[in-house]
Design a protein around this ligand. Structure first.
Ligand code: FAD
Ligand code: DHB
Length: 396
């Protein structure tokens, strides 16, 4: 098989890239180890920055997003048993976020690619990237029938997530990685229950730690709480989850969760991770293959989409003019944003989660930081600017 761009991974990054390339008449093949049903059903992020929404809409992918996405102009912080609201609209000069599930973004792009006869090879694993130092790299794949094939191309996009193979293609003498693994995980549920607050609410309880009340619609709640990373889902029957969430919400300003059937639950480990550089010869990493943020701050998918908003124009420029200037600048351009978003996600995680072996003093400091965040215009502005999304870096 032959194409202009071989794209590893049909997550938001790989799919969006293949769509943007197609709009400019550039051919790609997306290689995805999982089935279409699996990737369309995978429950993950849900908060889209305005820049992400604008990019999807501009690319003609906004129909359901504009109809079903919930615009949020506020965010809540609950600590000391009381709610404090940040007015994102006011603090960020009229910007906001949109709640729309990642799996819907994935579904929308797959539908658009299918309608355009786009090539997505589901249940096909990329095993190895060969000849990355040549002008004609190849990707060795294994199809669902166990057949081995090669895709030859001009450029390779490594959008295959944290556990993919593309990052390893960069020689170890060149690749530098930076990592922090957190001593807690998120236990997340999707429940058929109306959200109790109408905006995303970050909860901090000095003894019991973090919880997050989010939503997917007016009847579906998406709820998370910090838990021990070694905990097993079997140890969390539904009633225990609701009881623990309720304990983290206790306080003078009363609120009662509406308990409903739990449709999905999962435990997500938390890490910060960056690989530098994000490109090597004809390979370009984008999204989780190059960087991971802890989910606090809701940045993972937005960061993946921001990479593509830089990579797609660079590839298009290369195919239209032969110029490599934008491709050469890709890694540095992205990394400036990546590190700022890493900083934000790390700081919101540190500000809202209890760490083992802390003193009461440390926890009171956390409450004081949240008090400052929600009572100082300067601090609130800094949060809002990051949460709604920093402007895209310029490649010039
Ligand atoms: P992915 O979505 O991971 O896509 C990579 C794709 O590559 C996958 O479909 C995978 O199957 C495929 N692949 C991997 N290896 C190969 C191979 N060898 N051959 C072919 N295909 C391959 N972010 C938030 O903001 N909020 C959240 O609540 C949140 N929850 C998360 C929960 C989990 C369990 C995980 C893993 C991530 C979560 N994130 C969250 C992060 C966010 O979902 C990711 O940042 C986003 O999915 C990144 O998109 P991506 O396209 O880079 O990678
Ligand atoms: C979600 C919302 C958040 O604000 C966040 O930090 C992480 C995830 C969500 O709705 O999934």
């Amino acid at each position: 098989m032959q194409t202009q761009v071989a794209i590893l991974g049909a997550g938001p990054a790989g799919l969006f890239l293949s769509h943007l390339l197609h709009l400019q008449g550039i051919d790609s093949i997306v290689i995805e180890s999982r089935s279409r049903d699996y990737v369309e059903g995978r429950l993950r992020a849900g908060v889209l920055e305005k820049g992400t929404v604008d990019a999807l809409v501009e690319a003609g992918l906004g129909e359901s997003l504009l109809r079903e996405g919930l615009r949020h102009k506020e965010i809540n912080f609950r600590f000391g048993g009381r709610n404090h609201t940040l007015d994102l609209d006011d603090l960020s000069g009229g910007r906001y976020v949109t709640v729309y599930g990642q799996q819907k973004v994935v579904k929308d792009i797959i539908a658009a690619r299918m309608a355009a006869q786009g090539k997505i090879l589901f249940e096909t694993k990329a095993e190895e990237i060969l000849g990355i130092e040549t002008t004609n790299p190849r990707v060795r794949i294994v199809t669902k029938n166990g057949e081995q094939q090669e895709i030859s191309c001009e450029l390779v996009a490594g959008c295959d997530g944290f556990h993919g193979i593309s990052r390893e293609t960069i020689p170890s003498s060149i690749l530098k990685t930076f990592e922090r693994v957190y001593p807690f995980a998120w236990l997340g549920i999707l429940a058929e229950a109306p959200p109790i607050f109408n905006c995303v609410t970050n909860v901090y309880h000095e003894e019991r730690g973090f919880a997050l009340l989010s939503m997917r619609s007016r009847t579906l709640s998406r709820l998370y709480m910090q838990c021990d990373p070694n905990e097993k889902l079997e140890d969390w029957p539904d009633e225990r989850i609701w009881d623990e969430l309720e304990r983290r919400l206790e306080g003078t300003e009363k609120c009662t969760l509406v308990r409903g059937p739990i449709l999905n639950k999962g435990i997500t480990p938390m890490r910060s991770f960056v690989a530098e550089p994000m490109s090597y010869r004809r390979l370009f990493l984008a999204g989780d293959s190059a960087h991971i943020v802890p989910p606090t701050g809701a940045k993972g998918m937005n960061l993946a989409m921001a990479d593509i908003r830089v990579l797609a124009p660079a590839m298009i420029d290369y195919f239209k003019t032969g110029a490599t200037r934008l491709l050469d600048a890709y890694s540095d351009t992205c990394l400036r944003r990546v590190w700022k978003v890493e900083r934000f996600s790390w700081s919101v995680t540190s500000m809202t989660h209890n760490f083992p072996e802390e003193s009461r003093f440390d926890r009171r400091m956390r409450s004081a930081t949240l008090d400052y965040l929600t009572s100082s215009k300067a601090s609130g502005t800094t949060f809002a600017e990051n949460f709604v999304g920093l402007p895209l870096e310029n490649s010039e």
